[in-house]
Design a protein around this ligand. Structure first.
Ligand code: HPA
Length: 277
């Protein structure tokens, strides 16, 4: 048994009696989107701080807990607050929560994040369906001894974001009456925002949005055979694309604007996912 696998089992043992039901889907809420859970009928919560060996998040505005709720009928575990590489954790820590939610039973991972838009057609408060990602600027979370119980040594990343789930997000956003953008998400380590020259690089390699999370979580999920989809909330235009200084406050302000639409789209999508899994 690898150490990483062993650790996930220990985390699971320490919380399994608190889990109200077996979740089918895991939803990670990005910066400014944490209040998605506030109008759900919450059936249980587990604070990260109460889980043995679990990494703790330090970013303000992240609550740091698992929330359990049926969303449009779909048994869901929600992460309110994620673990970021820029906080100083090892990649093994960053992706531990995804592995733990798989251990709880989740077969689908729905990722959300706040990101800087580097596509010239994007405006702040846009929502972008993630169609693919670039993870090459951060260490792979799969480095180290492979545990075959999770997955193969050399996993295929040709189709990280599941086409059928992407279609369901498209359908949901049509029903809600909100036009979505679609594109490629690039992960940096953070915590600094990028320079304008780095954003040019991102554009040249085909990125539409840039952020500090998500791709590594998607990769371990694919490694374990989960189906993955995701939405980026464009909280700001990336460096060099507008005259505004980049601040974490801007992320939170724009999140408030788009939160109602975001919530509706995610809820309707989860209802649709419930019909196909
Ligand atoms: N860059 C990186 N991460 C981000 C940004 C950005 O402009 N906005 C929100 N998260």
């Amino acid at each position: 048994m690898t150490k990483a696998y062993d650790r996930v089992q220990k985390c699971y043992e320490s919380l399994k009696d608190e889990i109200p039901f077996e979740p089918k889907l895991a939803l990670i809420l990005g910066s400014g989107l944490g209040d998605f859970a506030s109008d759900l009928e919450i059936e249980g919560t587990i604070n990260y701080a109460d889980i043995k060996d679990f990494p703790k998040s330090t970013v303000m505005g992240h609550k740091g807990r698992f929330v359990f709720a049926h969303v449009n009928g779909l048994p869901t575990v929600i992460m309110q607050g994620r673990v970021h590489f820029y906080e100083g954790y090892k990649m093994e820590d960053v992706v531990l929560p995804v592995r733990l939610m798989r251990e709880m039973g989740a077969k689908v991972l729905f990722l959300t994040n706040a990101a800087g838009g580097c596509n010239k057609d994007f405006v702040p408060a846009d929502l972008m369906i993630i169609k693919d990602h670039i993870s090459s600027l951060v260490p792979s979370p799969l480095i180290g001894e492979n545990d075959d119980r999770w997955g193969t040594r050399f996993p295929d990343m040709s189709h990280v974001y599941d086409p059928e789930l992407i279609d369901l997000i498209r359908e949901a956003s049509k029903e809600v009456g909100h036009e979505m953008k679609e594109g490629v998400y690039l992960q940096t380590t953070g915590p600094n925002f990028e320079t304008p020259a780095e954003i040019k690089l991102a554009q040249v390699v085909g990125a539409d949005a840039v952020g500090m999370s998500t791709t590594v979580e998607a990769m371990v999920a694919v490694h374990m055979g989960m189906r993955v989809c995701g939405i980026s909330f464009i909280s700001n235009l990336a460096a060099g694309m507008s005259d505004n200084p980049l601040t974490h406050e801007e992320v939170n302000e724009n999140a408030k604007l788009v939160a109602p639409k975001f919530k509706e789209i995610v809820k309707v999508t989860l209802g649709k996912i419930n019909e196909i899994i």
